[in-house]
Design a protein around this ligand. Structure first.
Ligand code: AHM
Ligand code: MG
Length: 335
């Protein structure tokens, strides 16, 4: 039955020439991510069975408790990318600073940097709810042959050459884009192979799902409150349905398939919201735009924001075009 589906490996080879820089390095990089995803998937799936649950005792740069699986996923992704010697630098949500990679024989010859959120939605790990990995890839801007610098990582999201996520859900999927649409691959766990199951994924223009942590409602700006009330009003195809997993990757994935909007607004208590521009918002915004959706901070395009620091946070709204546009209208009224 699976035979008629292309494998991810076949897809990468077939589409390599369509990519504007065809050295094959990016394909190798996606292959390395595919491998790390399988390893992490294996660990995540047995999370309930072995003593790897619970906090690892450390806190990350944002002062949050790190879960053991976060630590494991971080190590696996970094190690796999290091071993394959295909990137010149890595930045991770779980690391304070970026990591410079230089294998003995290449003398900083690699062209790509990768930014990852190794295990997003970590508060869901202990309760068997889906979590995800998010990745973002840029070409370095400093010259090849020199060590990477902070500015290689602080590029605007629109400069991404690829981005994607892995969702460890009821089935494990790898969804990514290299700038020519979004394709989703489902892992057959028995064979350890990803198959193209969701070609050319797109957000429906309009949707009926809104995803936001409504517990924070009282702290939201008036424009966002108005939009939430709009979603709840009885008129036309409304009220919409509220669905919030608390796992960005899963909420995004569902909304892309069914049509919807995800929101993590700023509030009176969190000036810039919660999500990180480089590890979460930029890659998801890139995917959203590649999938005919929109992603904004409430005022402008996420992909146009000039990053100033690695762990910067921004308000994030993303999903079906018409829903994001309506939200903008509500926000603009109070601007
Ligand atoms: P994390 O990187 O610490 O896991 O936080 C990111 C997650 C997102 O996946 C999710 O949408 C959001 O945090 C949920 O936050 P909250 O519990 O405040 O609603
Ligand atoms: Mg995260």
């Amino acid at each position: 039955m699976l035979k008629k589906h292309k494998t991810l490996g076949e897809f990468i080879i077939e589409n390599q020439s369509a990519f504007q820089y065809t050295s094959g390095e990016l394909s190798k990089l996606i292959n390395a991510i595919r491998l790390a995803a399988k390893v992490v998937n294996h660990e995540v799936n047995k999370a309930g069975l072995v003593d790897i649950l619970g906090a690892a005792g450390d806190t990350n740069i944002q002062g949050e408790n790190q879960q053991k699986l976060d630590v494991m996923a971080n190590e696996k992704f970094i190690q796999t990318l290091k071993n394959r010697e295909i990137v010149c630098g890595i930045a991770s949500e779980e690391e304070d600073d970026f990591i410079t990679i230089n294998s003995s024989d290449d003398n900083h010859q690699n062209k790509y940097v990768v930014l990852i959120d190794p295990l997003d939605g970590s508060s869901n790990i202990d309760v068997n709810v889906s979590v995800g990995t998010i990745f973002s890839i840029y070409r370095r801007i400093t010259p090849v042959g020199t060590p990477v610098e902070l500015k290689d990582f602080l590029q605007k999201g629109r400069e991404q050459v690829a981005a994607g996520y892995i969702v460890y859900g009821t089935s494990t999927m790898l969804v990514y884009s290299t700038g020519a649409g979004v394709n989703g691959f489902t892992l057959n766990p028995a064979l350890g192979t990803f198959y193209l199951s969701h070609p050319d994924m797109e957000f429906p223009e309009s949707g009926k799902i809104y995803s936001v942590n409504e517990g924070n409602y009282v702290h939201f700006l008036q424009g966002v409150k108005d939009y939430i009330k709009y979603c709840q009003e009885e008129e036309g195809d409304r009220p919409y349905t509220s669905r919030y997993i608390g796992s960005l990757v899963s909420d995004f994935h569902r909304n892309m398939i069914k049509g919807g909007i995800y929101m993590y607004p700023k509030s009176n208590i969190a000036e810039n919201g919660k999500l990180r521009l480089l590890y979460e918002c930029n890659p998801m915004a890139y995917l959203a735009e590649q999938a005919n959706g929109l992603a904004s901070d409430g005022f402008g395009r996420i992909l146009d924001i000039e990053p100033t620091e690695l762990h910067q946070r921004v308000p994030f709204f993303c999903g079906s075009k018409n829903m994001v546009k309506k939200l903008h209208e509500c926000i603009a009224k109070h601007a």
